[in-house]
Design a protein around this ligand. Sequence first.
Ligand code: NOJ
Length: 538
Amino acid sequence: MNNEPFWYKTAVFYELYIRAYQDSTGDGHGDFRGAIQHLDHIQSLGVDCIWIMPHYASPLKDDGYDIADYYQVHPDYGTLEDFKAFLDAAHARGLKVVTDLVTNHTSDQHPWFQAARQDKNSPYRDYYVWSDTGTEYSDARIIFLDTEASNWTYDDVAGQYFWHRFYSSQPDLNYDNPQVHEEMFNVIRHWLDMGLDGFRVDAIPYLYEREGTNCENLPETHAFLQKMRRMVDTEYPGRVLIAEANQWPEDLLPYFGTEENPEFQICFHFPIMPRLYQAVKSGDKTPIEEIWARTPDIPKNAQWMTFLRNHDELTLEMVTPEVRQWMWDNYAPDPRMKLNLGIRRRLAPLLDDNKAKWFLLHTLFLSLPGTPIVYYGDEIGMGDNIWLPDRHGCRTPMQWNSEKNGGFSNAAETYFPIHTDPVYGYQTRNVAVQEKDSTSYLNLMRFLLKARQSVPAFGDGVFEFVGTGSRSVMAYTRSIPNQTVLCLFNLSDQPQNAHLNLPDTFTDLLAANPAMQYQLAPDGQALKIAPFAAHWFL
Ligand code: NOJ
C-alpha cells in the first residue's frame, strides 16, 4: 500500500456500490462478503482507493444517505465483522478504503429524531432545526426540485416544522448545538478505529443556516469543518477527508482551508465535469479552458477530485441555464432522462456507446489535474434504466458474466432488475466477455489507467494550456521537474489541422492502445489529427 503522506494527490479512486456488486447470500442484494470476491477485479483496473457509498443502517429512502444508525452496517450488506473483513482484504491487496460520511442530516427514523419529535424537552430536540412557521431561510434553494416543495416539513408529532435540504425523510442536524459536533466526532472515531482510510463527506455546504443568506458555504460551516479536521489530524494523522460540495471553483477553494486551518485534502471539482461532455459533443474546447481559467490555485498538499459519472444524476447545477438546456437537448432527449437539474444516464449510453468518444473523454479526464474516480460498471460500459425511480437506473447489478443474473446473484429476483436489453444486457456486456477482448472497454480502461499511473506528471504536474490555432484541438502540458507530457486531442469528428511545436523526440503513450491507432500526420506546417484522436506525448 502506498503510505506516502500525500498518496491521494497522485491516486486513482473507484466508487463502489456494495448493493450492486456481488450477492453472497442469495437474497438479491450485494454485500461485503460478496464484494471481497471481486477485489481482484478492482485491483486489476489499477486503482489505489475505493470509495464505498453509505453502508449504514437505514430505511433507504435515499439509498442509505438517510442514516438510522451510524454505528451499524445495513443488514443487507452484512455485519460489522463483514465490513472489517472487506477492509482487511482490501488493505491486503494494497487498496485503501474510504466510506461516505453523512454529516448534514440523519434519517427521520434515527432514534435522535424520534426522541426529538416526541418531546420538546428532550436533549435531542435541539439536535435538529425547528420552526413554528416554516418561513425562515427562504433564500435557500431547494435541491431535490422534482420531489420537494419546501425545505421545511411540518411534523404532527412534534407540532413544529423541521428543516431539511434533501428529502423530507432526511431532517438536517443542528450544528449550532456543540453536542452534535461531539456525536459526529464519535462516529468518525468508530470507523477510523477500525482502520478506515478516510471519508467522502456528504453535502457539506449546508451544515448551518443563517437568515438573509442562501445557507451555503457559511463561515460557521467552515469553522466546524476546521474543527473536524483538527480532530482527525490529531487523533488519526494521515487519514483523508474528501469534500462533496457542488459549488463553483471560487466557492470550493475555502474547503481546502489554509495551512494553519486546513479543512479537506480533496474537493470534488464539480464544474469541470459537464464541460467535458459539452466539449466532446460540440467539438469545442472553450468550456474546458474557461472553467480552468476560473479555477484557483489550491494549497500545496491539496488536490481536486474529478469524475465523469457517479451514483447521482449528471449534475448541471454548475452551468448557466443556457448550457443546461443545451446539455438536456443533446444528452437527455427523453424526458425520463432528466432529474432535478441533471441527467440520470450512465456514461456509455451518454456517448451513444461510441468507443472512440469514450476513449477521447477518458484521455482528457485522466490527464487533466485532479485525482480521478471511476464509477463501478463504467469500466465495462454498463447501461442505464431510465424507467427505474429516482437515480436507481444508474445503480443496477454489476454484470460479471452471461450466467444467471449476470453472475451477480443466484436469487430469483435482484434488488433492481439487471440489464437484459440487446446492447447493454448482461448476456453480452459483462466482465468475462470483455476480459478476452483486447479492445473492450475493460481492457481500454486498464490500458489507460496503467499509462496514467506510469507518468508521475499526471499526478501532481503543473498544468498549462498550449495554443493550437483551432477550437477543436486541445493541447496542454503536465510537468514536474524531470518530466513533461504534452496532451493533444481532436475533440471533433473531422480531421483537424493544428499548429504547435512537437518536441524533437517523444513517445506517444497512447500509440500502443489496442483499439485506436491514430496516426499523426505532418501536413505542411500543420499537424493533421484524426477525428476524436488523443495523444499523450512523453
Ligand atoms: C449527495 C449524494 O451524492 C446524494 O446521493 C444524496 O442524495 C445527497 N447528497 C443527500 O445525502
